[in-house]
Design a protein around this ligand. Structure first.
Ligand code: WT7
Length: 626
């Protein structure tokens, strides 16, 4: 573990001078079935990246088996249910190992094999983490789909990766609501021909329909034993696929591989959070997102930490649930999203103060830029000016944290993610693609691969190349803008493409537009983000309808329903404006830049609009907006 600023500087210098030697040393701290022959092979122009080439391993041996010897009775997963009156569960490393092996045997007994894709659509219960690890145990590729996604979105993901199995639950508890997961899964499976087995966990005991391919989890698990040797995997075999939105309607299935992902998530967890043996670490994300994969499951477990899984929401039964759980389990590390902080900040601080938060040592932020107000509120009321805050910048595609301070070790700076991790060569580019030296603002890019970079998009390597490696040849292009201060600290300024981060959810505007265009009355639409107090960004949809005389409130309602149905409730636009036209260039391209300014109310910062095909439409939208 890096323990001082000088050790950090040393690690950074070593990783830059000799990346192979540096990562080879880090990787040697894990369980390998046989060693790698070459540390790194890469060519960004293809693009191709391979780490720990020829190495054989199973990630679950580093996450589970090795801890059986040293700390079998330590809590691995601490589960806090949605309902505070339901008992929390402390699952030890020994028990977790056993349950993972048993679940792996259940998958095998139902014909799952190495390389198969298994879709997991489950609530935040221990069985979700166990299912993920069980897939890894047998070398099946997991594809977790967030349980807030709709049937259409679920089906698209299942079909994209031709999954052969679906793991789901009867339902899920989320605050005061129950989500009918099985019902949504049934609807999705109606259009998924590759799935031949659906295992259903009982969580809510609600009634479900039963189909020929369905089997109850609790019945199947009874039939198998708990001895399951770990399948040998190549370093570069896929570990999982996880979907993220892009600028077209089709989600991108980012593929992460076994060796590099293990090494990098574990390394960054250890050094960013600085967890000590008796600490209790809580990341409030859902395992349906990359944050949950890397920093609830794999990173913490590879380090033998105690990781909390929370089934509920911050507002249930009241807006102090997070703080109540922190006090109850004496949480030492708390990692959440700016959108959650902003939502909680709106409530009286007495809700925080009434709980004993003295166990907290480190706070974290992830998912979007954290604004100054939220940063200071977090620091003052949750951290009591006594906890370092790590603002971690990364992406589904990067697998692990690329830019962040190390808690208590490297300097923090409010609203800045600060410095790149050792081995991460972050640069700023100008529009011409030249590197900016020193202080400045530009496009963020990464020059050299790190071990957990996604290797491809499932089934579409060409798209992988186009999206991430073509705009600035020789660099990985994440799609974010950033500025850098004189000390080299980075501050992420936001997306530079058509992706909007709403409440920490990465949403492509194109799939939302496609959903809106499904409405029979809609001719064309454009969706843009605009700043929002709590969500960070909110969505505004401009729609052109066939008949301007129609009742717009009905259309608005139907559009929201359509978006919820095809993507999920998180993508519902906050604002819908029925307009008679959209500002376009002469070549017919919608000028989203102008729509973004209009949605943000920045009417006087539109720049020159005279080159538009239809400048008059801008005046019309302005009038409508005010
Ligand atoms: C996008 C990636 C990282 C896991 C959760 C989101 C934004 C993420 C930060 C941060 C500023 C951030 C970026 C990035 N983002 N973390 N600390 N500061 N922006 O993963 O859904 O793949 O979204 O989230 O715009 O590109 P994701």
């Amino acid at each position: 573990m890096i323990k001082s600023l000088s050790e950090f500087e040393q690690a950074t210098a070593q990783a830059k001078e000799n990346p192979d030697g540096f990562w080879s040393k880090v990787a040697s701290e894990f369980e390998w079935k046989s060693p790698w022959k070459k540390t790194l092979d890469y060519d960004f122009s293809k693009p191709e990246v391979k780490w720990f080439v020829g190495g054989k391993l199973n990630i679950t041996e580093s996450c589970l088996d090795r801890h059986l010897v040293t700390q079998p009775n330590k809590t691995a997963i601490l589960f806090e249910p949605n309902d505070p009156t339901e008992a929390a569960q402390h699952i030890t490393y020994k028990e977790l190992h056993k349950r993972v092996c048993q679940t792996a045997n259940m998958l095998k007994a139902n014909d799952a094999k190495k390389g198969d894709r298994i879709c997991i659509y489950m609530p935040m219960v221990p069985e979700l983490a166990i299912a993920v690890l069980a897939c890894a145990r047998i070398g099946a590729i997991h594809s977790v789909v967030f349980a807030g996604f709709s049937a259409t979105a679920l089906a698209a993901r299942i079909n994209d990766a031709s999954c052969s199995m679906l793991l789901t639950a009867d339902g899920g508890f989320r605050g005061a609501k129950t989500i009918a997961l099985k019902k949504i899964a049934d609807e999705a499976l109606a259009s998924c021909s590759t799935v031949n087995c659906c295992l259903v966990l009982q969580r809510t005991q609600q009634e479900v329909q039963w189909n020929p391919i369905d089997k109850w989890w609790h019945e199947e698990i009874e039939k198998v034993g708990s001895d399951c040797p770990a399948t040998e995997m190549d370093s570069e075999d896929p570990l999982f696929v996880l979907y993220t939105s892009g600028s077209t309607g089709k989600p991108k299935g980012m593929v992460h591989t076994c060796g590099g992902y293990m090494v990098y998530t574990a390394y960054t967890f250890k050094n960013v959070f600085q967890c000590q043996p008796n600490d209790v670490y809580w990341c409030t994300a859902d395992i349906g997102w990359i944050t949950g994969h890397s920093y609830i499951v794999y990173g913490p477990l590879a380090n033998g930490a105690t990781t909390v899984m929370f089934e509920g929401v911050p507002s249930y039964p009241a807006f102090d649930r997070f703080w109540e759980v922190c006090a109850k389990h004496k949480i030492t590390h708390f990692y959440t999203a700016p959108t959650a902080i902003r939502a909680l900040e709106k409530h009286p601080t007495s809700l925080v103060e009434k709980h004993d938060l003295s166990s907290l040592k480190v706070l974290g932020s992830v998912g979007e830029p954290i604004n100054a107000e939220a940063w200071h509120w977090y620091d003052e009321h949750v951290g009591r000016h006594n906890c370092p805050i790590v603002d971690t910048w990364w992406q589904t595609e990067t697998g692990g944290i690329l830019i962040s301070s190390l808690a208590g070790v490297t300097p923090q700076k409010p609203t800045f993610a600060t410095l790149p991790m050792p081995g991460v060569q972050a640069v700023l580019l100008n529009n011409e693609g030249d590197e900016i030296e020193g202080e400045g603002e530009g496009i963020l890019a990464i020059k050299h691969p790190w071990p957990s970079i996604a290797r491809t998009i499932w089934g579409d390597h060409e798209r992988y190349k186009n999206v991430y490696f073509s705009a600035y040849p020789g660099y990985y292009f994440p799609g974010d803008g950033a500025l850098r201060d004189a000390e080299g600290n980075f501050r992420i300024t936001g997306r530079v493409d058509d992706v909007v981060i709403v409440s920490g959810h990465n949403l492509g505007t194109a799939p939302i537009e496609n959903a809106i265009n499904e409405h029979p009355e809609v001719v064309e639409s454009a969706v843009v983000g605009f700043p929002h107090d709590i969500k960070g960004n909110a969505l505004c949809a401009y729609v052109i309808v066939r008949d301007m005389g129609v009742d717009s409130s009905t259309i608005e309602k139907e559009i929201r329903e359509e978006v919820a149905k095809t993507i999920g409730p998180i993508a519902k636009p906050d604002q819908i404006l029925v307009v008679s036209g959209l500002p376009k260039t002469r070549s017919g391209k919608i000028m989203r830049r102008i729509l973004r300014k209009l949605a943000a109310g920045e009417h006087d910062q539109l720049g020159d609009i005279s080159t538009l095909l239809n400048p008059e439409i801008v005046e019309e939208i302005k009038r409508q907006n005010s």
